[in-house]
Write a protein that binds this ligand. Structure first.
Ligand SMILES: [Zn+2]
Length: 67
């Protein structure tokens, strides 16, 4: 289902800048963030991350909030 969230977010104009969700359990580097000049909310995998791990907003939530 996470992949579906990723693809649906393209309908809102997101980009494929990186792959946060797949790295998420591996450590801090896997959390949504700005990447290569693309804002975190324009990156499709941010929404995949939310679906898979919970709501996470960079610099706002200390860690994902599960739905
Ligand atoms: Zn994509």
């Amino acid at each position: 289902m996470g992949i579906l969230a990723h693809e649906l977010s393209h309908g809102c104009g997101t980009n494929d800048a990186t792959y946060f969700g797949r790295l998420a359990r591996g450590g801090i580097g896997g959390y949504p963030r700005d990447y290569n000049g693309v804002r975190w909310y324009d990156i499709a995998d941010t929404y995949q991350f939310w679906f898979d791990f919970g709501l996470y907003i960079p610099k706002v939530t200390p860690e994902p909030i599960e739905f």
